[in-house]
Design a protein around this ligand. Structure first.
Ligand code: FDA
Length: 390
């Protein structure tokens, strides 16, 4: 049986970071993954260019039952630390929008960099290895993996969440957590398209149309693009609110987020012969403008409409209510909200309070970032924090 200082389960973003840092700190590390190669989600991320961090990273851009939990790790390993690493490897990058940093070239460069960092730390990577079982006895974790068993005084759960099972994602982290009596906050698909029921047939017909909107769910609001799909709503603004949305709740969409109150009355004075759909088409696609005007039942010239009717239309356009019938689920979700409860982990080291030597990092933990590089930053930061303690 092979002995190590630490065994890390899951060679994704968090596992690769944790393994490379621990290895370079002189620890002997075994990194195990059932996939045939490490970092598969990194490879498909950001449309193949990997949105590897966000320069506006701050704890309030993460969802968790304990909003304070992520502060320590995010504070100690900042976006600039990862940018420095990327720069050391000469990987060219650019800011796309809203602080989101992407590779100019390919996400493959990020995986190659992390694998190289692991090699520098002498990390042994075992891919294509399914984990048979994990036992804890005499202060050691014993992991059966294929034909071999490995043992270490420290075990890191870095197997991510169940989003996109066809990429090798599983709920294994939760099974293992429960085995060690750690609580799991109910996992839900997040950053996921929302579906609309048959009552919204008019909007299904708009599949492919997008608009710059303000999407609102409860107290959160996101000013980004929304996209109509055959099944419902998608696009960055919708993915963002989906992480906060619960079954049965409505979401609001402001289709004219830049207009000042009273703009339709103004339009009536300035262009009395125009129709509502024509005015809306100044900022929206023709198809969407017509659909909104149809839904509002406003077809004639503005001059023939009362100010009261125009004000009512303005209010609907600024807060169009949708009640999604559901989401497209884990099959289409970029991440998972919920996971291993932060109440059972140290925010400094990610170590389980009740099980010394057991750690959980990355998406497996109940910390979920906004769209835009925040989730990788959490993976790097939590992996780095655990590596300091191994
Ligand atoms: P991750 O999922 O990366 O790694 C877990 C590893 O564990 C995998 O390699 C898996 O094979 C392995 N594993 C799982 N179960 C196992 C088992 N039973 N036995 C052995 N191994 C097992 N985020 C971001 O910040 N910017 C972006 O651009 C994107 N883009 C993006 C696109 C798409 C399509 C998706 C699905 C997701 C994103 N994300 C993202 C989210 C990001 O990919 C995610 O938050 C991180 O990969 C989480 O890192 P982890 O290391 O925690 O899990």
């Amino acid at each position: 049986m092979a002995g190590y200082d630490a065994i890390i389960l899951g060679a994704g973003a968090a596992g690769l970071m944790c393994a490379s840092v621990a290895g370079q700190r002189g620890k002997s590390v075994l990194l195990i993954d059932h996939a045939d190669q490490p970092g598969k989600k990194i490879l498909i991320s950001g449309g193949g260019r990997c949105n590897f961090t966000n320069i506006h990273t701050a704890p309030d851009r993460y969802l968790s039952a304990n909003p304070h939990f992520a502060k320590s790790a995010l504070g100690r390993y900042a976006p600039q630390d990862f940018i420095d690493l990327v720069d050391r490897y000469g990987i060219a990058w650019h800011e796309k929008t809203l602080g989101q940093l992407f590779c100019d070239g390919s996400a493959k460069q990020i995986v190659a960099m992390l694998v190289e960092e692991c090699a520098k730390g002498g990390v042994e990577i075992a891919c294509g290895a399914s984990i048979g079982g994990v036992e804890h006895r005499d202060g050691m974790f014993h992991v059966a993996c294929g034909a071999r068993t490995a043992a270490a005084p420290a075990l890191v759960i870095a197997t991510g969440g169940p989003s996109i099972p066809k990429m090798g994602a599983t709920g294994f982290a939760y099974e293992l957590a429960r085995k060690f009596r750690l609580k799991v906050v109910e996992p839900r698909p997040a950053l996921v398209p929302l579906t609309l029921g048959p009552g919204e047939a008019l909007f299904h017909a708009l599949a492919g149309v997008s608009a710059e909107v303000m999407a609102v769910c409860g107290k959160v609001r996101f000013r980004e693009a929304a996209l109509f799909t055959h099944r419902g709503l998608s696009g960055p603004a919708i993915l963002q609110v989906s992480s906060y949305w619960r079954n049965g709740e409505t979401i609001g969409i402001d289709f004219q987020p830049d207009r000042a109150p009273g703009w339709l009355r103004e339009a009536k004075r300035a262009m009395p012969r125009a129709t509502l759909s024509k005015i809306l088409a100044e900022g929206l696609s023709d198809r969407l403008a017509i659909a909104l005007a149809d839904r509002l039942g406003i077809v004639g010239e503005l001059a023939n409409l009362t100010d009261v009717k125009l004000e009512a239309a303005e209010r609907r356009i600024a807060d169009w209510r949708f009640t999604p019938s559901g989401s497209e689920g884990f099959a289409k979700a970029e991440v998972t909200v919920g996971g291993i409860s932060t109440a059972d982990l140290s925010s400094q080291t990610m170590e389980a309070r009740k099980v010394p030597g057991l750690y959980a990092i990355g998406e497996a933990v109940d910390v979920t970032g906004w769209l835009g590089g925040y989730n990788f930053q959490w993976a790097w930061a939590s992996g780095w924090a655990a590596a300091q303690a191994l």
